[in-house]
Design a protein around this ligand. Structure first.
Ligand code: F6R
Length: 609
């Protein structure tokens, strides 16, 4: 949610702020704004809508000139997207950019109104700007920031500038990510390292309520009591190209095509002597097989990876797996106890609900394992054990490569657990691992050959629909859920996923000739059953797009269009069959002229509840 940047150095900071904001637009794009020290004053320019409108405005009305400033791209929480509600928000002597939610902003606002302050926006952020103004006594702004922090409740990453300190940016965070980028004679702040990759790969992770003060040549970090804190400078291992479109029309398409590499990079370092090696996080066979129950807790696409994980682990390793949406888990007093393992899956590692689920699980005494893509993110740091997926930065709001690497890790987990429990012998174990290793090449070949054209054709069959259903059984039901989520978020077509066997219990009432059905059938053992369900919907007029393996026989009257996946061991098919589902959603979005990477109302990384 919301992107924050800041620059202090010798260069024209407007160029740098706009460029770094463009890298963060995926975090929110309701409005954008900058605040720059210009000729002894803070000049704020902001505009509703995408960053392009702000750039136009700066062209039309002239741009501030300065070397120190902050910038913001917004995903609205309090107050509709509008010029006035855009950030930066200001008091008389301070301007701030904010990501997060200030829960007690109404009380603070009331207090400040009593003191004579007036408010022009509907945002919670303006109350923080005015509160800082209220406490500011012309002395060290660090004291002002730490004083104000004692009053505010909620989540925040804040970039702050004070009029009297034109060479400095202050930064602080709680429950929202924020880093300090370390350059040579110039320094930065950013809510996400991808913003800075072209400028520096050195960074400092701010811990909760540490306050950073940066200028061109200095970085000082103190805790809320004003004591200096020693921080380690880290190096990002993502290169700048990873955050560029690299010739693809959209990040989503690029990221779909990156999947073979992402899977290889994630699994290969964890294969040793043909078997799975999780020693990186201390998860040996003894410990792994000791868990009574496994909980997988996550949100959205990551949660769907957990559903695939449940099927895989229960089927092969015969350990009970409970999958939960983090937003439900946190309020339902879950039956977790010592001796259980809770796996938190998250691409960003910052999702607010997943983070809270992690806290609850730790409090209840379970072991926690984070499966996370972003290094050093909160969930990765707070869990007992962490395993990183190595998908590289995922910029498109719709998650693709993060999903296939997450499910690849679920397979590794299941293989290892099944072996540790003595349920499979060494040959079978090695055979499974070898098959997993073979998957990237299968996907690569399918992307080169027929996946794209088949998905384009399938998309042209659903673009006009108001609503459609995805159906499947077993693994294919899990994939249907993910396919349906992907389609609705980037094409705005309403769709639901149902277990195919559930159709007759209600959802079949939705079927008409105007409701296309995407049937996923990659499991030979369930194929006949799913075909019967397909016949039921066809008998009610639905057009059917069938996604099935190359070797499956399909009669003319059984589907209106067939998308073929390569033949492979059906136990591993979910990884291969995810890709056409992603491509169908992608091309539907493109055909509808939607901004694929930045669909309406959404933002990457949901750091608020
Ligand atoms: C959908 C999507 C979201 C995320 C969800 C969890 O395409 O991207 O559903 O999967 O918000 O995000 P992470 O994985 O960052 O915790």
């Amino acid at each position: 949610m919301c992107g924050i940047v800041g620059y202090a150095g010798p260069k024209d900071c407007v160029d740098i702020l706009l460029d770094t904001l463009s890298k963060l637009e995926y975090r929110g794009y309701d409005s954008a704004g900058i605040a720059v020290f210009d000729d002894g004053d803070i000049k704020v320019v902001k505009h509703q809508g995408k960053l392009a409108y702000l750039i136009e405005l700066l062209k039309k009305e002239g741009r501030p000139r300065g070397n120190v400033g902050i910038g913001h791209t917004r995903w609205a929480t309090h107050g509709e997207p509008s010029d006035i509600n855009s950030h930066p928000q200001s008091g008389k002597r301070v301007s701030i950019v904010h990501n997060g939610i200030i829960e007690n902003y109404a009380q603070i606002k009331e207090f400040l109104i009593d003191k004579g302050y007036t408010f022009e926006s509907q945002t919670d952020t303006e109350t923080v700007a005015k509160l800082l103004d209220y406490y500011y006594d012309g002395d060290d702004p660090l004291n002002t920031v730490s004083r104000a922090l004692r009053d505010i409740r909620g989540s925040y990453a804040l970039g702050i500038i004070f009029k009297d300190y034109p060479d400095k940016i202050y930064a602080v965070r709680k429950d929202s990510p924020l880093i300090v980028g370390v350059g040579k004679g110039e320094n930065y702040i950013a809510s996400d390292m991808t913003a800075l990759l072209e400028y520096t790969r050195q960074y400092i992770l701010l811990e909760e309520n540490e306050i950073a003060a940066i200028s061109a040549g200095t970085i000082s970090i103190r805790n809320i009591y004003g004591d200096p804190v020693d921080k380690q400078v880290l190096t990002a291992d993502w290169d700048a190209d990873a955050a560029q479109k690299g010739g693809y029309e959209h990040f989503m398409l690029k990221e779909i095509h990156e999947q073979p590499t992402a899977i290889k990079t994630t699994i290969m370092p964890r294969v040793s002597d043909g078997m799975v090696d999780f020693s990186e996080c201390g998860l040996d066979d003894k410990k792994l097989s000791s868990y009574k129950n496994i909980y997988i807790v996550a949100c959205g696409t990551a949660m769907h990876a957990g559903v695939v994980g449940k099927y895989v682990i229960e089927q092969l390793a015969r350990t009970k797996v409970i999958v939960d949406m983090a937003s439900e888990f946190r309020y339902r007093n879950p039956l977790i106890e010592k001796g259980d393992l809770v796996i938190l899956i998250s691409q960003s590692g910052e999702t607010a609900d997943t983070k809270e689920a992690l806290n609850i699980s730790k409090r209840l005494g379970a072991d926690t394992l984070a499966l996370v893509n972003v290094k050093g993110s909160s969930i990765a740091r707070d869990a007992d054990m962490v395993m990183y997926t190595h998908a590289g930065p995922e910029i498109s709001v719709a998650s693709t490569k993060a999903f296939t690497v997450q499910i690849s890790m679920m397979y590794m987990f299941a293989f290892k657990l099944a072996y540790a429990k003595g349920l499979i012998d060494t040959d079978t174990y090695k055979d499974y691992v070898a098959k997993l290793i073979g998957i990237p090449d299968k996907i690569e070949a399918a992307l080169d050959e027929s996946y794209v054209s088949q998905a384009q054709h399938a998309a042209s069959n659903v673009t006009a629909a108001q609503s459609l259903l995805y159906i499947g059984r077993g693994f294919d039901y899990a994939l249907s859920m993910e396919g349906s989520l992907k389609l609705k978020e980037i094409s705005y077509i309403h769709s639901e996923a149902y277990a195919a066997g559930e159709l007759k219990h209600g959802p079949i009432a939705l079927i008409s000739q105007d409701t296309p059905v995407i049937a996923v059938a990659t499991q030979r053992s369930l194929y006949e059953k799913t075909l019967s369900n397909i016949k039921e919907v066809k008998a009610r007029g639905a057009k059917v797009i069938l996604i099935c393996s190359d070797g499956f026989a399909v009669k003319d009257d059984e589907a209106d269009y067939v998308v073929r996946t390569p033949d492979y061991d059906e136990f591993l098919m979910p990884i291969i069959a995810s890709v056409p589902l992603q491509l169908i959603a992608y091309y539907t979005s493109v055909l509808k002229g939607i901004d694929v990477d930045k669909p309406r109302n959404l933002a990457k990384s949901v750091t608020v509840e």
